[in-house]
Each structure stands twice: as C-alpha cells, then as structure tokens.
Unconditional design. Sequence first.
Length: 347
Amino acid sequence: MDKADIKSMTLEELGRAFQAQGLPGYRAKQVFHWVHRGVESFKEMTDLSRELRGGLGEDYRIPSVKAVDKRVSRDGTVKYLFQLGDGELVESVLMHYHHGYSICISTQVGCKMNCSFCATGRSGFSRNLLPSEILGQVQSAQLDAGVRISNIVLMGMGEPLDNFQNVLRFLELVSHPEGMNIGMRHISLSTCGVVDRIYELAEKKLQLTLSISLHAPNDEIRSQTMPVNKRWNMGELLKACRHYARETGRRISFEYAMISGVNDMDWCARELTKKLRGMPAHVNLIPVNDVTGAGYKRSSSACLKRFVEILEAGGCTATVRRTLGSDIEASCGQLRRKYKGGNGHEG
Ligand code: SAH
C-alpha cells in the first residue's frame, strides 16, 4: 500500500487516522506541529519514542521539497529551484518588502495556459503539485533564509485554479493556527481567468486577495495573448469578478502587463476604466518582461504614468508594480521548468 502524504493531511484527518491506529489524541497535534515546522523525516521528531517514529515512517511519507539551487539578486530577492520527490523542478521567489517577507510560489510543474508573454507554459505541463509540495516551498524557503515569511502570493509557475482542490487544501493548511498560521489576508491567489472556479472559490468566502491576470481592455487584444480568453471571454470573466467581490466583500486586484504598442495606448486605459466601473478594483501595472522571444517591448515610464493617471481620473486606483529580481530571472512570467543539468533553455 502507498504511504499517505502526511503533510497534505488536515489536523482532523490526522486525528482520525491516529485514533483508528489506537494512538492517543494529543499525538496528532504533536506530529502536526513537527510536520508544519518543516522537518524532513520522522527521525527529527525527537519527543516521540523511537518505536512511534519507526511506525509513522512505515505508514506515512513526508514529500520532499529540496532546494537544489539558489540565486540572490542585487536587490536581495532570492530565487529558489526546488526539486520534488520524483525529480521534477519548480521555482519560488522570496522577496523583502518593508512590511516583511513575501514568497511567490508555484502550484504546478509547467502550465497548460500558454499565455504568449509568459515563459512558464513554453515547456509544457507536467503535473499538479500536491498540497504538501506547495506548502513545502514556503517552509523550505523560511528555514533556509532564517526569516519569518508573512505573505504568500500564488503567482509562480502554474495556474492555481487548474489545481483547485490541492490549492484549497494548501490554503487550509498554511493558515491553520497550529501550522504556519499565515492568515488569508496575507495571501494572494492569481488566475488567468478560470471562470467556473472563480464562482466555486467565491462560495468559500475566503478573505484572500483574488488577483486576475487581465492584461487587456477588450477581447480582441486579450484573445491574441491569452488563449483562455477564447474559453471565457472578458464579459464572463468580469461578471464572475463582480460576483466574487459581492460574495466575499473583497476588492479584486487586476494585473496588467504593459506591452508597448499592444495594450498600452491611452484609449486602452479609457476602455479598461469603463469596464471596471462599479467594481471594487485595483489595477497593478507591470512593465512586461520579454521572456518568450515574442519581441514584446516594455512600455516607457512616461506611458505607465499616463496610464495610471487615466485610470485614476476614471475612479480606478492603480499602481505600477516594482520589478524585483529581474537580474536573476525571478520576475513575473520569468519562471519556467528547468531541467537537471541544464540551464533553463526554453523548449
Ligand atoms: N497562472 C496564474 C498565476 C501565474 S501569476 C495567472 O496567470 O495569474 C504570474 C503573473 O505574471 C501573472 O499575472 C502573469 O500574467 C504575469 N506575467 C506572465 N508573464 C509576464 C511577463 N512576461 N511580464 C510581466 N508579467 C508577466
């Protein structure tokens, strides 16, 4: 029989499993604490008897998320390359802001969405990450850096809403008071617009920040760069966002990568303002990184400034996102599958 992934189990599940094995109730909490502190083996659970540690090792496994490479940017941003139990590799980025440490983590090995400006989809999709593997990125980075991570953004490799159940479970685990205890208000989930799942997520009424990768003011431009727009168009997406904001009482964050001559014209800002009217929204502008060889050029800072002004004049708050870690390819859209021994050529 396959060993159960203990780090993907909730405290309640662990309690029930331990009870069925005849272990006293307090053991579940004790083991949960160890697992969520990021130990890699049962041997490290030093306040358990040797016999119990051995028994746990026979029934359960702790999936590993091991840092095999680490690059530090001039601005202090750290990019980790993590290897999973089956050899697959994912990247995470640890950033230092004035309010503390924030980590950008991956939810899939690769991605199916194929946005034209993003490197992640280029080398295809391999598999979903387990809840424990999503969590393990936060734990491993925290242990390695020796700092407390206070914020999480699900903006690394993959589409979180395409790995919905595992992501939900990750959210439950990482915010658990007996676990890492990182509150939902400190977590952002970014999606390219998987509309059906946005409705499902709204029902959970979580207090996390939903971030939508919009990148266009209309269907014509959006369908050129984001294939997902052909499945759910902007009208359907924005309707889901309005519903989400109503259900959760949370403001929606929109990501907009500014690409020179593609989506950064003044009329784009005006059209976007109109589309977002009446919705509690904030727009984050990101100068695009050309990572796919598509020849995308980033908009000038004057252009970014004007775009913000037009949005704000229309009643929509907007900011330009600071780019961190671009010298180590740790910025938005630059994360991709690496191959062992290779240096990350694009497939
Ligand atoms: N699949 C999810 C999570 C990935 S988040 C999503 O699409 O939201 C990564 C963020 O970086 C997304 O907002 C994505 O659109 C953005 N991004 C991707 N490539 C980029 C690039 N070349 N320049 C700037 N931002 C980019």
